[in-house]
Ligand binder design. Structure first.
Ligand SMILES: [Zn+2]
Length: 141
């Protein structure tokens, strides 16, 4: 068998936590989650999850993990699509103004790089309003 068990049947014949210091590993403990994992402790070796479960506990259930990943991907994709729309709207305004650039603000490092940047930022709505007024002025209305 390759890799940790994926089914109850595989778990029943699997040896958990095999390593050089324990080449035989440990047998499956009935009634516990079948996942093998390495605890987040110094010098820890792999072992069977000790949560009670028929097959998987809630944190090791591959289906649940996939659903959570899917949900995270959807949030990310929605955010990306929104960011793309904002960027394109900004790019269009910059093109029509003939000056400026779309400003991306990273909030990951709130203190580094802070300070006045000798530039002003204008909200899209302001620029759209300004362009509309300039257009109407040119048209003589
Ligand atoms: Zn588990």
């Amino acid at each position: 068998m390759r890799g940790p068990p994926q089914t109850l049947k595989e778990a029943q014949s699997y040896r958990y936590g095999k390593w050089a210091g324990n080449p035989q590993g440990r047998s499956y403990c009935a009634g516990n989650c079948i996942a093998e994992f390495v605890p987040n402790e110094r010098g820890a070796t792999a072992r069977q999850c000790n949560r009670k479960a028929i097959t998987w506990c809630s944190s090791h259930d591959p289906e649940r993990i996939a659903q959570q990943q899917q949900a995270r991907n959807e949030v990310y994709e929605t955010h990306q699509a929104q960011q793309d729309r904002i960027y394109k709207r900004g790019q269009d305004l910059v093109r029509r103004l003939g000056v400026g650039r779309v400003h991306y603000e990273s909030r990951s490092r709130p203190f580094l790089g802070s300070g006045y940047r000798q530039e002003i930022c204008l909200p899209f709505e302001f620029v759209e309003d300004y362009l509309k007024k300039e257009y109407l002025k040119k048209e003589g209305r």
